[in-house]
Design a protein around this ligand. Structure first.
Ligand SMILES: Cc1cc2nc3c(=O)[nH]c(=O)nc-3n(C[C@H](O)[C@H](O)[C@H](O)COP(=O)(O)OP(=O)(O)OC[C@H]3O[C@@H](n4cnc5c(N)ncnc54)[C@H](O)[C@@H]3O)c2cc1C
Ligand code: FES
Length: 353
């Protein structure tokens, strides 16, 4: 479950000039491990210029497609995304961790729910998986997508979304907002921000009629959209978001709230194995594990992707930064080990929960 598996990339297709869609071959022996639910992501790992680089990518295929696909958009100076767009070819291999994350919600085929999704740029990737899966599994569901991009040529899945509109004519609608190209209607011009979301709620779909909202895009877009939806009366539990990175926090070393001395005896449970670790209380738990040769799972090391999520079963840990776990997970004792320090002298944590 937490081991990297080498998968063959069966195709690399350009969806926009800056976006490569990778289809990954899953051998029959790994089918169960790589079964996924809508909205989950994979951790991909490759040797880039002689160094191992791991990054998270949302699965963009739908559950039931019989395929495993991710879409990687090139970011300027980005190591993995440049490698995926410029070097990786069909027939190549990447190492992959089993699907993780819980951006999507449980399907209810007998319900008749109304969903609204707000996506910008590569934030469409988990959303398209959620919308395709939901429309197929819930015959009475309605889905509205509000999608922001620079222009049409940089819009990921432009054609696929048009086809989905034809397939689900009465149940799926999609509004494209463009910041650098003329649009059919004035309100579609510009970035998706709090003001635009308020316009949508006032003129297209009132918050009271949305059962669940999904938001994914740059951090500022997520924050303003979530804030506007909550201010309009949506409950916390119905507004779901996924961050791809935490701007400005990539290079900050997390700091403990108070000075800590000593060493904690930590038991780590990974894939059913119990591993013992002596963790200095000033060292992040994930770093302590890696320093002692324990192959604990991770990707971003920035408190965003949740690949390093574990549950505290005994003892106390302090999580100094969290951009990925939901409040109910934190309340249940989950931590991001890349952002947590041991507090108690004895600690038992499980990556298998
Ligand atoms: C849960 C999750 C799901 C994700 N899903 C996707 C996905 O489906 N498709 C996708 O393309 N990306 C996705 N990402 C982002 C992805 O993991 C990488 O962060 C991104 O591809 C950049 O990696 P890199 O190695 O190319 O850049 P790096 O070498 O890590 O960074 C180079 C520069 O780019 C900046 N940067 C890093 N990430 C981004 C970003 N996302 N946007 C803008 N600037 C950035 C950095 O601050 C740095 O200055 C996801 C991230 C998470 C946490
Ligand atoms: S490795 Fe991404 S949250 Fe810890």
């Amino acid at each position: 479950m937490h081991k990297l598996h080498s998968l063959t990339v069966s195709s690399v297709e350009k969806n926009t000039p800056e976006t490569a869609v990778l289809t990954l071959d899953v051998p029959a022996a790994l089918a169960d491990e790589f079964a996924y639910s809508h909205g989950q992501h994979l951790t991909l790992c490759a040797d880039v210029d002689g160094e191992e680089v791991r990054r998270s990518y949302s699965i963009c295929s739908a559950v039931g497609d019989g395929q495993l696909k991710v879409a990687v958009r090139k970011v300027a100076g980005g190591r993995f995304s440049t490698y995926a767009n410029e070097t990786l070819q069909a027939g190549g291999e990447v190492k992959v961790l089993a699907p993780a994350g819980h951006f999507g919600i449980a399907l209810e085929p007998d319900s008749a729910r109304t969903y609204a999704a707000f996506a910008a740029g590569s934030g469409i990737t988990p959303i398209i998986s959620i919308l395709k899966t939901t429309l197929a599994a819930e015959p009475d569901a309605r889905f509205m997508l509000f999608y922001g991009n620079r222009d049409k040529s940089s819009t990921i899945f432009l054609n696929e979304l048009a086809l989905l509109k034809n397939t689900y004519m009465d149940r799926f609608s999609c509004w494209h907002f463009l910041s650098q190209e003329e649009t059919e209607a004035a309100f579609l011009k510009g970035r998706l921000d709090g003001e635009k979301i308020q316009y949508i709620l006032d003129n297209i779909m009132p918050a009271a009629k949305i059962d669940h909202a999904f938001v994914c895009g740059p951090e500022a877009m997520i924050d303003s959209t979530v804030e506007t939806l909550l201010a309009a009366g949506m409950a916390d539990s119905t507004v779901h978001f996924e961050k791809f990175m935490s701007e400005g926090q990539q290079s900050q070393a997390p700091v403990r709230s108070e000075a800590a001395e000593g060493v904690s005896a930590v038991t780590l449970i990974i894939d059913g194995d119990e591993l013992l670790l002596k963790a200095d209380k000033k060292t992040l738990l994930l770093d302590a594990a890696h320093d002692q040769g324990i192959d604990a799972p991770f990707a971003c090391k920035s408190g965003v992707c949740c690949a390093c999520r574990a549950k505290v079963l005994e003892g106390e840990a302090e999580m100094v930064m969290n951009q990925g776990l939901e409040p109910d997970e934190v309340a249940a004792g989950f931590i991001l080990t890349c952002q947590s320090y041991a507090v108690s002298n004895k600690l038992r944590i499980s990556f298998d929960e």
